[in-house]
Design a protein around this ligand. Structure first.
Ligand SMILES: [Zn+2]
Length: 231
């Protein structure tokens, strides 16, 4: 069951479009998994639209005739219409809604589907931990992180922020226990050591804006290199 949601403040900023792209992506992915927040977003969006927009300006649909006219004027080829339904029904997207690791298939929330193409290779890290970087194209580094049963991330704090969405499985970090769909937003005030004891392990999607800072034991030796992983 989902226990951790974006704050009302984050939801508000998400709706009004004032969130940074990385935060926006995370809130959206959480809403794919959380009916409660999705309803809240729908409500707030309706309110926001009533308050700030004239309805006739909102409807801005794709008009092929207009593109044709533009193409005639500019002598450029007509851009292809984005036909999402066609691509879906042709099955071309069939394998790009999930990622596979260690013989397991993980369905991703809709918002994250487009990142699958941008995912790098899995690499093995310390302690039954796997990481695949995602090229976000803007500031902030994203990773899919998979903890096998018994896997853990050394205790660390953050110079910036760390946003994590639990895609599948459970883990705990010494502060709380998290389950699929949970949205975790941490900053420099928090020190934690994520670990999973779930039989199926745990897959999370994580974005940090600064390298982690390891705080305990031998992992402290990793600090000079922490920009190389868990970034
Ligand atoms: Zn929620």
């Amino acid at each position: 069951m989902i226990k951790f949601h974006p704050t009302p403040d984050l939801i508000e900023q998400f709706v009004t479009g004032t969130l940074a792209p990385a935060e926006s992506l995370m809130v959206s992915a959480h809403c794919d998994m959380c009916k409660y927040c999705q309803e809240l977003v729908d409500e707030k969006t309706a309110e926001f639209a009533m308050d700030h927009l004239e309805l006739e300006n909102v409807v801005e649909s794709y008009d092929p005739q207009f593109d044709l006219m533009l193409a005639n004027i500019t002598q450029q080829p007509v851009a292809e219409a984005p036909d999402v339904s066609l691509r879906k029904s042709s099955g071309m997207d069939a394998q790009s809604t999930s990622i596979e690791l260690d013989g397991k298939t993980f369905e991703l929330p809709k918002t994250l589907h487009r990142l699958i193409q941008k995912k790098g290779n899995w690499s093995s890290l310390v302690g039954k931990l796997w990481q695949a970087p995602v090229d976000m194209g803007y500031d902030g580094v994203a990773n899919f992180i998979y903890m096998e049963k018994g896997g853990s991330v050394p205790e660390h704090t953050h110079r910036g922020s760390e946003m994590t969405l639990v895609i599948n499985g459970e883990f705990s970090d010494g502060m709380n226990e998290y389950d699929s769909g949970d949205f975790i937003y941490l900053n420099g005030e928090h020190t934690h050591a994520p670990a999973s004891e779930a039989a199926e392990g745990c897959l999370v999607f994580s974005i940090v804006d600064q390298p982690l800072h390891f705080t305990s034991g031998i992992a402290r030796l990793l600090n000079p290199f922490s920009h190389l992983f868990f970034r």
